[in-house]
Design a protein around this ligand. Structure first.
Ligand code: WT7
Length: 649
């Protein structure tokens, strides 16, 4: 693990105007109020969490607040509740019940909207249909669907039955889907016949069929008709959604224990295949609800749009569980941001009078690149709050977002968190925090992050170090599915007794956090996390490839791009040409999904290694970025390798 690049990434010498567009009447409406709440959470955590826990609807009260057997937490043990009740039934008898829950628009401008009562009915029927098929408490249900209202009903239906969902982003390949199904031993898959993207149909059902050739645990597949795509249905295994869901009855929620598994979600790590991060019921529901209330400051009249797909944790926490628990109106768009043109987002914001927009820096940079004339054609005056997530937002993109989209009147919340944290950890609060472009500012009440050196010493102001979280929090990951040792090893062994996030950061003189990105072998491409090891093993699985090393190169649009160094088998050497590069790129898409497709592949006779045989990724990173390696090469085994790789003119 290297920490060499901390300082070079800091923005400390740059001066920006403070942006102080505070939200009036925010839930937390002053710095004093925030500081008071934060201090309470620090001094008397039990009282703090007990008071917050009243935001959940319990069917049986809990006995203890936290039982901590590092690194395994039990929050609100002894309590019983159901996550779908928090999102739906809880609103019965209130003004939320007949309010719009979901407003959906498809790429071809087809539209649909559902009230909370309608979403509840759809969820109940879906749960009932799944139950009839044999889904029960404790199962894991894999969901591989486009972003349509039914995917939300499917997630909540699982929760209603006490079954965990494992949502797999529909952009992943059949191989990636198969790996996730097999790792979780899932018996049920919910999918769609297809999804239309930029006029082309992506055949989701065929991907599922391919995956299931090697997924023996799966007994049943539910298929939503979405794209009028002709698909094969396997008798006895495959069921059409429209044949089983509409006629199904109501379904009582199953009483779940606080710590019952709500979902697993696969995410990339430094080694091996993606790991199934586990989240449990009570703590996750509580924290997604609280953080949504504090950070997005949702009010009854808001039209809230988080642009993430439900295939990622952002979609889980801030499309589904957070906003629905608060009775918000959630906007959903199933399509590409540039279809039919780059005005699509702004047109929808204008048409639906969207008030809160939560998106990723990579999208902001892409819009920036198209020029401000495009957003300027639309009326964006409904917007009152903007959010950013997925990677550090560079100050230029922040300033553009603030000026061109927010018209300098919308607070920007730059939210730092991870799949493992379940919800937002560090973020400005729109009524309280003075923002600095590029900083995610201060931790939410109840969250205790810090920056430390490799040895665990607290970093000085502006000194780069490792981002850690020093106390347990309700929505923390409960483990890695099937691999508790890996959970300990990955997050809890770097620094004793604290959670290690895998990011580098610094805190400035005001205590503001500046996250600099991953310091491990995880790369962040367009806000999506990819393990270099995962892409390397995809490359090596091609018959021509002997060895591969993958590194991230800074990319103005995507944050990082994927560069692969590849050595090929002797007999393939004279075929190592452009055609082979294309073939290898497609091979990675097939193995993982288009999001992992390398941007560049370079052939090399050998890879730079240490004397102990470790690939020196740092050098390759420098070569990919600067053309030459400038760092320390004293541990390199064969200097000639570097000469051959460098393209110093
Ligand atoms: C990694 C987590 C959190 C949901 C989306 C990604 C990076 C995320 C920020 C931010 C700087 C950020 C970190 C983190 N990251 N948000 N606001 N500022 N970096 O979830 O796939 O689990 O990735 O994304 O490197 O570790 P994820």
């Amino acid at each position: 693990m290297s920490s060499g690049s901390f300082e070079s990434l800091s923005h400390e010498n740059r001066k920006f105007p403070p942006a102080q567009s505070f939200s009036k009447n925010a839930h937390i409406s002053s710095l004093e109020q925030y500081s008071k709440l934060y201090a309470e959470s620090e001094k008397n955590p039990d009282a703090f969490w007990k008071a917050q826990s009243e935001n959940l609807k319990w069917s049986k009260p809990f006995k203890t607040i936290l039982e901590w057997d590092e690194p395994f937490a039990k929050w609100f043990d002894g309590g019983e509740l159901n996550a779908s009740v928090q999102c739906l039934d809880k609103h019965k008898g209130t003004s939320v019940w007949n309010k719009t829950a979901l407003i959906w628009e498809g790429e071809n401008e087809d539209k649909k909207s559902l009230t909370y009562s309608e979403l509840s009915q759809l969820t109940n029927r879906t749960a009932s249909a799944l139950k009839t098929l044999g889904v029960k408490k404790g199962d894991i249900v894999t969901i591989y669907m486009p972003l349509v209202p039914e995917v939300i009903a499917a997630m909540l239906a699982c929760a209603r039955l006490g079954a965990a969902h494992s949502v797999v982003f529909a952009g992943f390949s059949s191989q990636a889907l198969r790996d996730r199904i097999n790792d979780s031993q899932s018996q049920t898959v919910i999918t769609a016949d297809g999804v239309s993207r930029k006029g082309k149909i992506l055949d989701l059902k065929s991907e599922v069929d391919r995956a299931l050739q090697n997924s023996p645990t799966v007994k049943r597949v539910v298929v939503l008709k979405r794209a009028e795509n002709t698909v094969n249905m396997t008798v006895g295994r495959d069921f059409w959604w429209h044949e089983i869901v509409p006629k199904a009855a109501e379904c009582e929620p199953v009483a779940c224990q606080s710590e019952d598994l709500l979902f697993t979600l696969y995410t990339s790590g430094t080694t091996g295949k993606p790991k199934g991060i586990m989240h449990s019921t009570a703590g996750y529901c509580l924290w997604t609800q609280l953080s949504t209330k504090w950070v997005f400051d949702i009010k009854a009249e808001d039209i809230y749009w988080c642009t993430a797909d439900v295939g990622w944790v952002t979609g889980h926490s801030y499309v589904v569980y957070g906003p629905l628990q608060l009775g918000a109106t959630v906007f959903l768009y199933e399509g590409a941001p540039n279809y039919p043109d780059w005005g699509r987002f702004w047109k929808m914001i204008q048409n639906y009078k969207i008030t809160i927009l939560y998106t990723a820096p990579t999208a902001i940079r892409a819009f920036m690149g198209q020029g401000e004339d495009i957003p300027n054609k639309y009326n964006l005056s409904s917007l009152r709050l903007l959010g950013s997530v997925g990677e550090p937002i560079n100050p230029e993109a922040w300033l553009w977002y603030n000026r061109v989209i927010g018209k300098e009147k919308c607070p920007i919340v730059d939210t730092w968190w991870q799949t493992e944290t379940g919800g937002i950890m560090i973020s400005p609060l729109p009524g309280a925090t003075t923002t600095k472009p590029g900083s995610c500012t201060l931790p939410l009440p109840g969250i205790f992050p810090a920056v430390v050196s490799k040895e665990g010493r607290s970093s000085k102001p502006n000194e780069g170090g490792y981002l850690i979280i020093t106390r347990p929090w309700p929505s923390m990951a409960r483990g890695i599915w099937g691999d508790p040792e890996r959970f300990k090893q990955t997050y809890w062994s770097e620094h004793k007794g604290v959670y290690f996030a895998g990011d580098g950061a610094r805190q400035d003189q005001d205590g503001y956090f500046w996250v600099m990105g991953r310091i491990d072998d995880v790369i962040n491409v367009s806000g999506h996390r990819l393990g270099t090891a995962e892409i390397e093993s995809a490359l090596v699985s091609h018959e021509a490839v002997v060895e591969a090393a993958v590194v991230g190169r800074p990319d103005a649009l995507k944050g990082q791009s994927v560069v692969a160094f590849v050595t090929v088998e002797k007999s393939w050497k004279d075929r190592a040409d452009d055609k082979m590069i294309q073939e290898l790129k497609s091979h990675v898409s097939k193995e993982i999904g288009a999001l992992a497709r390398p941007d560049e592949i370079r052939f090399t006779d050998s890879l730079p290694k240490t004397r102990s045989g470790k690939i020196m990724r740092r050098l390759l990173k420098e070569i990919a970025t600067n053309g030459v390696a400038i760092g320390d090469t004293t541990t390199l085994e064969d200097a000639k390798v570097l000469e051959a790789l460098s393209n110093e003119d």
